[in-house]
Design a protein around this ligand. Structure first.
Ligand SMILES: [Zn+2]
Length: 417
């Protein structure tokens, strides 16, 4: 069976130019003693917005690893696919993030629900998860609610899994189940019963991506109480351990955090908890590589700076349209966005300083950062010019991409000095 390493990172690269720079960060971490498996991911939504094909990500990953002589394993993730979108990913991907969010809340057949309830009787009343100081109170009616919310989704996940298995052959791919793109977080108790459902459906899930408490807005820091997150995260890890033993799920099942990138406030907690408990992690970082491209072009000055200024100015005219697909994962305070007139006067340092995620830098503007994060469509419609600028300013841009992944993400999460 293909197995995902203990530590892995999901790398998004919307325009497919930064695979080598991203891989360079993975190699640098490995030279510091931390082995991380790179997984290139791109969601169906991003492919559609840009007009790329799933196979493009495979080509990029193969090229970047081939050029670097990278001998370790790496994967290409069909990110957030469902039964309707999976087909065109089957051949070129070997990691599948089966997204069940849209099936949550649909009710399974009464007979299925009753069967599930009779299967979990021993966990009714009190649920003691080894490692957790206190036990959870559970009741039949509460578990029934969970079944009504998630059992149909688990069954759908099986349909999708079987479709992939038919195309790729058993054991030839990694299976992730994601349910992060929903409005309500799943508690550790819910996660426990969800894992029971996935086990009953015989899905060899290797990574699971729940929705945690707090907000995980795209490209900016965590909004919420990091201590509460840490408690929940630790509980979830104990749940996974126990579920693996109780339900016979794959032994390397681990947590996948769909971070939306840049959750610096919680990285130290995640880092120390996985270190202390000797657990693995998959961290998905979203498409902030695109923001590093914009930052790199701004720093390059001249035509490149004018190009990204123009992107910002156009984005500020199309806020509603650009934000619509992302309403659950961004929070932009429109009154805090700089005006077109202001931005048109900015130099390289002022523009890149506004976008670069360095908390404490007085130029940094998380509102502008989120808006530009979702504005990649505007570069896609001028793809030829955009690619030409990326290529002529490749050195500066790839340095930004590398430094972002290595210094701001990997060093913080894995405590690399
Ligand atoms: Zn996600």
């Amino acid at each position: 069976m293909k197995k995902l390493g203990k530590y892995s990172i999901g790398l998004g690269d919307r325009f497919g130019h930064q695979g080598s720079a991203q891989l360079k960060a993975i190699i640098a971490a490995s030279e510091k003693g931390v082995d991380i498996t790179p997984v290139w991911n791109k969601s169906n939504r991003e492919h559609i917005t840009i007009g790329t094909q799933p196979v493009d990500v495979r080509v990029e990953a193969d090229l970047a690893t081939g050029n670097a002589g990278f001998q370790k394993s790496y994967f290409v993730d069909a990110d957030h696919i469902n039964i309707d979108t999976v087909d065109r990913y089957i051949e070129c991907s070997d990691f599948f993030t089966i997204d069940v969010a849209s099936y949550i809340g649909e009710k399974a057949k009464e007979a299925n629900i009753n069967e599930f309830l009779s299967d979990i009787e021993k966990y009714t009343g009190e649920l003691k998860i080894p490692g957790n100081k206190t036990s959870f109170k559970t009741s039949k009616s509460q578990i029934k609610q969970f079944a009504e919310r998630y059992l149909f989704a688990a069954k759908k996940a099986r349909d999708i899994y079987l479709k992939i298995e038919k195309g790729k052959g058993k054991g030839n791919f990694i299976t992730e189940i994601s349910m992060d793109e929903v409005s309500h977080p799943q508690s550790p108790v819910e996660l426990f019963f969800i894992l029971k459902m996935l086990a009953a459906e015989e899905i060899p899930v290797q990574t699971i991506a729940p929705r945690f408490s707090g907000r995980f807005n795209k490209g900016v820091d965590y909004v919420g109480d990091p201590l509460l997150f840490a408690k929940e995260f630790e509980s979830d890890l104990n749940v996974i351990d126990y579920a693996v033993k109780e339900f016979g799920l794959p032994e390397n099942l681990k947590m996948s955090i769909h971070s939306g990138s840049d959750k610096f406030a919680i990285y130290p907690y995640i880092g120390s908890i996985i270190k202390q408990s000797d657990k693995g992690i998959h961290l998905k970082t979203a498409g902030t590589t695109w923001l590093e491209e914009v930052i790199g072009l701004a720093e390059s000055g001249g035509e490149a700076l004018e190009f990204v200024k123009e992107i910002y100015i156009k984005s500020s005219e199309k806020i509603d349209e650009l934000c619509a697909p992302y309403t659950d994962v961004i929070d932009i305070k429109i009154s805090s966005l700089p005006s077109k007139q202001e931005v048109s006067q900015w130099n390289s340092a002022r523009f890149s300083g506004s976008l670069k995620h360095i908390p404490g830098n007085s130029y940094y503007n998380p509102n502008m950062r989120q808006l530009v994060h979702v504005a990649y469509k505007l570069a896609a419609i001028q793809m030829k010019d955009y690619f030409r600028l990326l290529e002529t300013n490749e050195q500066i841009v790839s340095k930004c991409v590398y430094e972002n992944i290595f210094n701001r993400h990997l060093c913080r999460l894995f405590e690399i000095k």
